[in-house]
Design a protein around this ligand. Structure first.
Ligand SMILES: *[C@@H]1O[C@H](CO)[C@@H](O)[C@H](O)[C@H]1NC(C)=O
Ligand SMILES: *[C@@H]1O[C@H](CO)[C@@H](O)[C@H](O)[C@H]1NC(C)=O
Ligand SMILES: *[C@@H]1O[C@H](CO)[C@@H](O)[C@H](O)[C@H]1NC(C)=O
Ligand SMILES: *[C@@H]1O[C@H](CO)[C@@H](O)[C@H](O)[C@H]1NC(C)=O
Length: 417
């Protein structure tokens, strides 16, 4: 669109210039155009006005065209311009002088400059770089109530020598830091990095620049850089303190905003209610911290909530993980468990009843036909008791008790039931 209108404009300008007497007024291109990398993934473009430019009462500006790595087109009245861009593929741009207001004049010719791609053997740079950020409450200072961590992982280039070592740096705004905590592969090459705290402002709109270069005895390792939008890589925390309660047929769920630098009004939530008896999910989206639902009151529910920073406060990014499930309502497992327990108890009691009856009969038998007439002695009885107890089985113990204390068997029966 812009080039087309420029051509049209150009055509009209030529027509007009032919008719006008000052057709010799030509714009000259700027001089000393340079491109310099001033930081990780940041360049400075600079040029000077042409000293030979004829001075007339015309305001001049510049039209900058970035050709690589990504085409971009803009106009400025300054003689320098900063751009944030990846640099591992090189960078090239052109600039021309343009009339700022008077569109009847023709722009100058172009001057170009380039920043070459950094040297390195092909296939030695890292691949599949992924980074995520996460926010935690900062308990140590009230000046920065939240701290942002950064975690990046990557794969070793397929043609990188075994002795390759990689180094990761990030830049956020004017802050640059080198990684101090790497994870390594089996060949001791760095393949992941963890910054427990960074200068990243989780509410900021700047993109995060990550740069990974490397060294090896055998090859020049090609560096790699990438820009990340914070909203796309931020791992939002799940909502905090999720609680739920049931009153009659009313299920009310409450939670607090996730640990985040964003204020309360910046969150959208999703509530997932799973009815464990009927086996279905219900999910609801909302912007408040409370959800009330009418339920049948006889099921058990598992409840989870997740959060996302709303488009009111930031470009849309991924949602948080679901919170840990919480359970409310009637557990329909309970009646079954209760009946099972009752059945088991009844069986045990029945067996004990039968058993004590048998014992009583045996005892009666012994009384009716005493085995060997022997002198009754309390001491002997005592020994028998000891001996039986040593066998250890509960059956014999019961037998022993009913043998040793004739009157006690009634009491025993009572206490069992
Ligand atoms: C352009 O650069 C040259 C050499 O670096 C310098 O002599 C000259 O003054 C510069 N021109 C302008 C317009 O600054
Ligand atoms: C790495 O990225 C490439 C494309 O970018 C993809 O095809 C490949 O599956 C990725 N490898 C791994 C291990 O994720
Ligand atoms: C701050 O305290 C909370 C709970 O007291 C804890 O979960 C969290 O990990 C702490 N944050 C940091 C950065 O130590
Ligand atoms: C990697 O880049 C950093 C920052 O630009 C630089 O200080 C360091 O010397 C580089 N390392 C290698 C091995 O090129």
């Amino acid at each position: 669109m812009a080039p087309a209108s420029l051509i049209l404009l150009g055509a009209t300008v030529i027509l007009q210039v032919d008719l006008l007497p000052d057709k010799k007024f030509l714009l000259l291109p700027p001089v000393n155009f340079t491109i310099k990398a001033i930081n990780l993934a940041q360049v400075l473009l600079r040029w000077e006005p042409n000293t030979d430019q004829e001075q007339r009462n015309v305001q001049l500006g510049y039209h900058v065209k970035i050709n690589a790595p990504q085409e971009e087109d803009y106009e400025t009245r300054n003689t320098e311009s900063r751009r944030i861009t990846i640099l591992h593929k090189g960078f090239s741009a052109s600039v021309q002088t343009v009339p700022w207001n008077d569109r009847s004049l023709q722009p100058s010719s172009w001057v170009s400059a380039e920043l070459r791609a950094p040297p390195g053997s092909p296939g030695t740079s890292i691949v599949n770089l992924t980074c995520t950020t996460n926010t935690k409450a900062n308990n140590y200072t009230h000046l920065r109530p939240y701290q942002v961590s950064l975690h990046c992982t990557w794969l070793v280039g397929k043609d990188a020598p075994e002795d390759t070592q990689y180094f990761l740096y990030y830049r956020y705004g004017s802050w640059t830091e080198e990684c101090q905590e790497y994870s390594k592969d089996t060949l001791q090459r760095n393949i992941a990095c963890w910054f427990p705290r960074t200068f990243i402002n989780s509410k900021g709109r700047d993109s995060l620049a990550v740069y990974v270069n490397g060294s090896s005895e055998e090859a020049v390792i090609k560096p790699f850089d990438e820009l990340f939008a914070l909203h796309a890589i931020d791992r939002v925390n799940p909502p905090a303190k999720v609680t739920a309660e049931i009153e009659g047929t009313c299920l009310s769920i409450q939670w607090e905003k996730p640990v985040s630098a964003f204020p309360v009004h910046c969150f959208d939530y999703e509530v997932k209610i799973y009815n464990t008896r009927k086996g279905y999910f219900q999910t609801e989206k909302m912007t408040t911290n409370t959800f009330i639902s009418v339920i049948d009151g006889i099921s058990e529910y598992s409840i989870q909530v997740r959060a996302a920073v709303s488009s009111v406060c930031r470009a849309v990014g991924p949602s948080s993980e679901w919170s840990q499930p919480i359970y409310v309502g009637n557990n329909e497992q309970k009646p079954w468990t209760k009946w099972f327990l009752i059945a088991v108890m009844a069986t045990v009691c029945f067996i004990l009843l039968i058993f004590s009856l048998i014992c009583r009969i045996c005892h009666l038998w012994t009384k009716v036909f005493p085995p060997v007439p022997a002198p009754k002695s309390n001491i002997k009885e005592f020994f028998v008791t000891i001996n039986y107890e040593k066998t250890g089985s509960s059956e014999t113990q019961i037998e022993v008790i009913s043998y040793a204390e004739e009157a006690g068997s009634e009491t025993l029966e009572d206490s069992v039931f």
